[in-house]
Design a protein around this ligand. Structure first.
Ligand SMILES: Cc1ncc(COP(=O)(O)O)c(C=O)c1O
Length: 352
C-alpha cells in the first residue's frame, strides 16, 4: 500500500512552460522535494516540502569524508494527467547496495518508491509532455553528522529532487580511452553510485574535452587494457552481429539501462556476450571490418552511438549503426516502451 507522505505546498510555484520544456538538463528543479532525516539508528518520516535551501552544519561529514551517494531515473507523462516511472525499484535496490558499500543506512521502499510516487503526483505539471522528454528524478543521500573523526556519520539526510529534462538530441559521442587516470579497481567503489567516483573522473573528462572528445572511455585499473565504461554510461560493441559488453565485476556501475537493453536483446534473440573486451580487440575488430557499431548506454540517452574512438596515438571512426542494427533496435524498443507504444512485458513501468 502506498505510504501517505505529508505535503506542504509552495505558495509560489515557479512553473512556466518555458522552464518546463526548455531548461538545460539539471538546471531547473521542480517546485517540491521529498526529505527525510536519519538519526538515533532510524529514518524519520519523509515529508514533501517546497524545494529550497535547508540548514546544514558547517562541518557536515559528507564535506570531509565523502559519504554522499545518489541515483537517477526518469518519469514519463501519460495522457489524462497520468505518469509512469521507469524501473524505480531497480534504482532503489542499487541505492541500497551503494549504501551498504559506503557504510550508510539503507533507505526503505516506502520512502524511496512511494515517496517518488507522492512527489511526482504533487509536481505532475512539471513533467514535460513532448515525446522523449521526461521528469528526471534524483534521489540523494549524504552524511550530516558534525564530526571530524573518521568514522561513518550517525546522521544522514535523504532528499528526492526532480528536474524537467528535454529529449537528448545529440550526434555520436567521441571518446578517448583513458591511459593516465583510472576510475575504479577491484575492491574499490566502482559499482557504487557515490559522488567520489564522479569527483575523481572530472579531471579526465576535462582533459578529454580539451583534446576535442566528449568524454573518456575508462580502461581497467590494473592492466589498463580492458574496456570498462564511458564517463556517464555503460558501453557495448557490435562485433560480427554479436553485442559484446564488459561484465559487471564490481568495477563498473551496473546500469539499469544496460540491464534493460541486454534483456530486450535476448528477447529479440540477438546474441549477447558479457565478457572482458580489450581496447586492442576493439581496434582489431575495426581493422578486420567486423566492428559494426558501438554505443554508450544509460538513462540520459538510452543508446548514444560512439563516433570517434582514440587510444594513445591511434584513432578510429566507429561505423554508424543503421536502425536495424541490434543496439538501435533494442534502443527503439526501450524508447517505445517508455512512451507507452510497446507493451510492458517485463513490468518495468510503475504507474503514478
Ligand atoms: C558511471 C555511470 N555508468 C553507467 C551509467 C548508466 O546507468 P543507468 O543506465 O542506470 O542510468 C551511469 C548513469 O547513471 C553512470 O553514471
Amino acid at each position: 500500500m502506498l505510504a501517505t507522505v505529508p505535503v506542504t505546498r509552495t505558495t509560489h510555484s515557479r512553473l512556466t512552460p518555458e522552464l518546463r520544456d526548455k531548461a538545460a538538463f539539471g538546471a531547473v528543479f521542480s517546485d517540491h522535494m521529498l526529505m527525510a532525516d536519519y538519526a538515533n539508528g532510524k529514518w524519520g518520516d519523509p515529508r514533501i516540502i517546497p524545494y529550497g535551501a535547508q540548514p546544514l552544519a558547517a562541518a557536515p561529514a559528507v564535506a570531509h569524508y565523502g559519504q554522499g551517494i545518489f541515483e537517477g531515473f526518469k518519469v514519463f507523462a501519460r495522457p489524462n494527467h497520468g505518469a509512469v516511472a521507469f524501473r524505480p525499484d531497480a534504482n532503489h535496490a542499487r541505492m541500497n547496495r551503494t549504501c551498504r558499500r559506503m557504510a550508510m543506512p539503507e533507505i526503505p521502499a516506502s520512502t524511496f518508491i512511494d515517496g517518488t510516487m507522492a512527489l511526482v503526483a504533487v509536481d505532475r505539471d512539471w513533467i514535460p509532455e513532448s515525446a522523449g522528454s521526461a521528469l528526471y528524478v534524483r534521489p540523494v543521500m549524504f552524511a550530516t553528522g558534525e564530526q571530524l573523526g573518521v568514522r561513518p556519520s550517525e546522521t544522514f539526510r535523504f532528499i528526492i529532487e526532480t528536474c524537467p529534462s528535454a529529449p537528448y538530441f545529440s550526434g555520436s559521442v567521441d571518446l578517448i580511452a583513458e591511459d593516465t587516470y583510472v576510475r575504479a579497481f577491484p575492491g574499490g567503489t566502482g559499482a557504487a553510485k557515490c559522488g567520489g567516483n564522479y569527483a575523481g573522473s572530472m579531471l579526465a573528462a576535462l582533459e578529454a574535452q580539451k583534446k576535442g572528445f566528449h568524454n573518456v572511455l575508462w580502461l581497467d585499473g590494473i592492466e589498463r587494457k580492458y574496456v570498462e565504461e564511458a564517463g556517464l554510461m555503460n558501453v557495448a560493441f557490435v562485433i560480427g552481429g554479436t553485442v559484446v559488453t564488459p561484465p559487471l565485476g564490481g568495477t563498473i556501475l551496473p546500469g539499469i539501462t544496460r540491464d534493460s537493453v541486454l534483456t530486450l536483446l535476448r528477447d529479440l534473440r540477438i546474441p549477447v556476450e558479457e565478457r572482458r573486451i580489450s581496447i586492442d580487440d576493439v581496434f582489431e575488430a575495426h581493422a578486420k571490418g567486423t566492428l559494426q557499431g558501438a554505443a554508450g548506454i544509460g538513462t540520459a540517452a538510452v543508446i548514444a552511438p560512439i563516433g570517434r574512438l582514440r587510444h594513445k596515438d591511434r584513432e578510429i571512426t566507429v561505423p554508424q549503426m543503421s536502425p536495424d542494427s541490434p543496439l538501435m533496435q533494442a534502443g527503439a524498443e526501450l524508447e517505445g516502451l517508455r512512451l507507452g507504444r510497446i507493451p510492458d512485458r517485463h513490468n518495468w513501468l510503475k504507474s503514478i
